[in-house]
Write a new protein. Structure first.
Length: 285
């Protein structure tokens, strides 16, 4: 069980996403093979918007769990899902020997009407967690937000929601990506005061192109510290220089986290095993 690993050792884990097209599966498995050789403690697999690609998530998670022998964590969103659909998904996961789920509300699908959104079966990830705890044997993880979820009106409110996830059965947390470690240290301190005591994995995304930062910020709501914006200004026009500088920035982030007692690092790999390998080799040499 991943929770036991997190409680007993320093860990490194990865996030990957399933291929969008059937013809891309072969290259996706090659990516997983390369990441597997880095010996991560677990690999999480993202979920299509509204569950649109969950069959592919199950297939990728099954490969990680059964072929690579690495614990897989399947993302599961509830914003567009009915209870019956979730139970079917859970049965597919259990049949594939995948026992860990990262339970998320997920982004509202573009074609979802206001009526559908406001009448959905699960308003929050914690609601889905409670349902899964009652109807499955899955081990649950939750998401957390060092700079608060962009829809929350305050950090206090966001932490209250996070406490509900712990109470609903979350055994560990994976953080949204962040670029300023001070936000993460402040978050951990506030979470502890709130009584949130389950392990937290710090989410790190290497920024290897200038274009990536705009997309990342719009999706995550994470702020960009001056050091990173200066780095992009200096190297953004040179692809190779930007790649190297972005990897170095992520390595420095992780080293600082580890020096300050953060034992669990979760790398958003963007399906780039070479980038992940450079980071892992640097932080463990």
């Amino acid at each position: 069980m991943i929770q036991n690993i997190l409680e007993n050792k320093r860990t490194i884990s990865f996030e990957v996403y399933p291929p969008k097209k059937e013809g891309e599966f072969e290259s996706a498995f090659q990516v997983l093979d390369s990441l597997g050789r880095l010996n991560p403690d677990f690999i999480s697999v993202t979920y299509g918007a509204g569950g649109s690609r969950f069959g592919k998530t199950v297939e990728i998670a099954s490969y990680i769990q059964n072929s690579l022998g690495i614990d897989a964590v399947a993302h599961m969103t509830c914003v567009g899902s009915k209870k019956e659909q979730l139970l079917k998904v859970c049965a597919d996961l259990e049949a594939a020997n995948v026992s860990h789920v990262l339970a998320l509300r997920g982004d509202r699908p573009r074609d979802m009407t206001d009526e559908q959104f406001h009448s959905r079966d699960f308003a929050h990830a914690s609601d889905m967690m409670t349902f899964l705890q009652e109807h499955t044997d899955l081990t649950l993880a939750g998401a957390c937000y060092p700079e608060k979820h962009f829809e929350s009106f305050s950090m206090e409110s966001d932490l209250n929601h996070l406490k509900k996830k712990q109470e609903a059965g979350a055994r560990f947390l994976i953080s949204q990506l962040f670029f300023d470690n001070d936000f993460y240290y402040s978050f951990l301190e506030k979470a502890e005061k709130k009584g949130i005591h389950i392990p937290v994995c710090a989410g790190i995304m290497p920024i290897t192109s200038a274009k990536q930062i705009g997309t990342t910020i719009s999706l995550s709501g994470s702020s960009v510290p001056k050091r990173l914006s200066d780095l992009i200004a200096a190297h953004g026009d040179n692809a190779e220089d930007m790649r190297k500088a972005g990897i170095d920035y992520a390595i420095c982030q992780i080293r600082d986290l580890q020096e300050n007692g953060v034992n669990h690092i979760h790398i958003y790999t963007m399906n780039k095993p070479g980038t992940a390998a450079e980071i892992v080799q640097a932080i463990y040499r």
